[in-house]
Write a protein that binds this ligand. Structure first.
Ligand code: FES
Length: 77
């Protein structure tokens, strides 16, 4: 049975939502972050108390995510 591809979705001014069948490795040679969830939120503000997961601290610190790159122009113009 094929699994669905893993997707990563940036939340506006918040974490990265990872969906699918994945394993989070915290560092080479260290334990993985145990999860049986199919969706986790990874911190990208650097202020979480439970790295690498988001604990909602981004709201308290007023994290602002960088703007996404502009869309590629389509061939249709
Ligand atoms: S993105 Fe939520 S605590 Fe960092």
């Amino acid at each position: 049975m094929d699994s669905e591809p893993v997707t990563i979705t940036p939340c506006p001014d918040g974490p990265l939502l990872v969906r699918g069948d994945f394993t989070v490795l915290t560092a080479p040679g260290r334990e993985e972050t145990a999860t049986d969830r199919r969706v986790v939120a990874l911190c990208r503000c650097g202020k979480t108390g439970i790295p690498p997961l988001c604990d909602g601290s981004h709201r308290a610190v007023g994290f602002r995510a960088p703007a996404p790159p502009p869309a590629e122009p389509s061939e249709d113009g």
